[in-house]
Design a protein around this ligand. Structure first.
Ligand SMILES: [Zn+2]
Ligand SMILES: [Zn+2]
Length: 79
């Protein structure tokens, strides 16, 4: 597990997505495996929601999104 200078985990290269995930566009797809310091989308199974992940350094958690910020497609929520 990579870590940032402040000791928080770096999630770059890891993904948290639904099992049968098919990205609406390449940009969204690319940002499912980026670090929360960049722009990172995660699927939260328990809440059944897509979120913009917030870095642990900034308090953690996520902001729910219903539509892709890049192409405007409604995000699939069936996993
Ligand atoms: Zn990182
Ligand atoms: Zn999209």
């Amino acid at each position: 597990m990579k870590r940032h200078d402040d000791g928080t985990r770096c999630l770059e290269g890891t993904r948290q997505i639904p099992r049968n995930f098919a990205a609406c566009c390449d940009i969204f797809d690319a940002h499912t495996s980026t670090c929360a310091f960049d722009l990172r989308y995660e699927w939260w199974e328990e809440s059944g929601a897509w979120v913009i992940a917030i870095s642990e350094s900034a308090g953690g958690g996520g902001i729910t999104i219903l539509f892709c910020p890049h192409c405007g497609t409604r995000l699939s929520t069936n996993s």
